[in-house]
Write a protein that binds this ligand. Structure first.
Ligand SMILES: [Zn+2]
Length: 211
């Protein structure tokens, strides 16, 4: 049984690392963004309640998010463990999770400097057609405005979220709301700190070694 969580600022590579670890350990990667979208699409009870918040671009209330996670954990593929990606996001969510009897074995905290977060996210580009992600320095598309993956032309753009101002805002929100989780899990003796600088492959090796 491996119950894990990936913690870190935007651009730390949580999603990438969680995805690889999930495959390696044969456990599901659970992201609340995916859960919310699926619940809305499938019109579940919780999905119907969450939909108006999502449509208005508001945060979905904690009780709905946690309800969805608890429901998801009952599925068969989560019996041997799971890895949370970007959840819990606040101290309150972490505490509610414990109260619901959902406890984590290890929390992997990926540490990346603010400068590195800016460097990574400002150069990020996305394909509007297939959602492929590029990085202008590390993994640029072969020709400037054509997507390598789906061939769409003029589809590569910078997400409004990845502008310098928005990145600063996201970092501030992370520090105020999510960073306190580091101390919370450290006190419980479950925190693993990982240096998140360098290539994803190197970070992956550090995580494997630490686990
Ligand atoms: Zn594409």
């Amino acid at each position: 049984m491996k119950r894990l969580m990936m913690l870190g600022p935007p651009g730390a590579g949580k999603g990438t690392q969680a995805q690889q670890l999930a495959v390696e350990l044969n456990i599901p990667q659970i992201s609340t963004g995916d859960l919310l979208r699926a619940a809305k699409k499938n019109q579940t009870d919780l999905g119907k309640k969450a939909a108006p918040h999502m449509d208005n671009g508001k945060l979905v209330p904690d009780d709905l998010v946690i309800g969805m996670v608890v429901e998801r954990l009952k599925e068969e593929d989560a019996e041997q463990g799971y890895i949370f990606d970007g959840f819990p996001r606040t101290l309150k969510q972490a505490e509610s999770l414990e109260e619901m009897g959902v406890s984590l074995d290890n929390v992997i905290s990926i540490i990346v400097s603010d400068e590195e977060v800016h460097r990574r996210l400002e150069a990020r580009r996305t394909c509007s057609e297939c959602k492929a992600i590029y990085h202008l320095i590390f993994s640029p598309p072969k020709s400037e405005n054509t997507c390598d993956k789906c061939g769409a032309e003029g589809s590569i753009y910078q997400r409004a979220d990845d502008t310098p101002e928005k990145i600063e805002e996201r970092l501030r929100a992370y520090k105020a709301q999510t960073e306190p989780l580091i101390a919370f899990y450290q006190e419980k003796g479950r925190l693993i700190q990982i240096d998140g600088e360098g290539a994803p492959e190197e970070v992956k090796k550090r995580i494997q070694k630490a686990l």
